[in-house]
Design a protein around this ligand. Structure first.
Ligand SMILES: [Zn+2]
Length: 253
């Protein structure tokens, strides 16, 4: 795959694990889906989406099977050991080699998880609703590896520079932190915006905090803002009608 089409996960895990996020570059879709849109549900010409998926697949091993999700901003985790029809869930987990687990986003946080020894993988679609309802905790609790054997890489999401939310969203996270020592750490994830009563939410920092509570400290990525980088990424906040990036992970047989 060309460097402009994909960003590979930068983490210290078994070489058998392949994980990447696509960019918006190097495909055939026309505006407002230009050019490498991989989602069928956003209004793009289905033939162009099919061409983009074919462009991706022809650069990967032909024996890969693909499992697709219908994402609903919930906390369900699909545990799969063979590819089947599209499943409704916001996270997907497998131990099976050559089975591609993928989610699609345009601002939400794509969170990749891998057992360092290469035995188990997951990928999570984490918008604020999923984060609040516990999609990270649900996914990690279903993995059989100990947390010390897990590493996480954050793909490109909207950054705290652009993700403005209302006070209710912040309240919801502060309530979930309870009366614990986590409250000050959670407050830091929501700095006041220049707009009265609004906050700039940091999805990466919220996810990091949740992972640290679970005992996961091998975390990398989180260097991009999809809204800032319009050349490279789709952003729902920025553009409304737009494409989706694909976030895929598999264990090479
Ligand atoms: Zn930004």
């Amino acid at each position: 795959m060309t460097p402009k089409q994909v960003i590979f996960a930068d983490w210290d895990v078994s070489a058998s694990i392949v994980a990447f996020s696509t960019s918006r570059l190097g495909g055939v879709s026309q505006p407002p889906f230009a050019t490498f849109n991989l989602a069928t549900h956003v209004g793009d010409d289905p033939h162009r989406v099919e061409s983009n998926r074919a462009l991706l697949k022809e650069q990967l091993p032909q024996q890969l099977e693909w499992q697709w999700l219908d994402q609903v901003h919930g906390d369900d985790v699909a545990m799969v050991n063979k590819a089947g029809p599209t499943l409704t869930a916001d996270a997907i987990l497998t131990t099976r080699p050559n089975l591609v687990c993928c989610v699609q986003t345009a601002d939400c946080l794509p969170l990749f998880v891998a057992a360092i020894d290469g035995t188990e993988i997951a990928v999570i679609h984490a918008g604020w609703k999923g984060l609040a309802s516990g999609v990270i905790e649900n996914t990690i609790s279903r993995m059989s590896s100990s947390v010390s054997n897990l590493a996480v890489w954050f793909g490109p999401a909207i950054g705290p520079c652009h993700f403005e939310v209302g006070g209710q969203v912040r309240d919801c996270f502060l309530a979930s932190a309870g009366s614990s020592s986590l409250v000050p750490a959670m407050e830091v994830c929501f700095l006041p915006s220049e707009n009265q009563g609004k906050f700039m939410a940091d999805l990466y920092a919220i996810a990091r905090l949740k992972l640290s509570v679970l005992g996961i400290d091998k975390i990398s990525g989180g260097d991009y803002c999809t809204h800032c980088d319009s050349d490279k990424f789709f952003s729902y906040r920025r553009d409304g009608v737009t494409g989706r990036m694909l976030h895929a992970i598999y264990i090479e047989a």
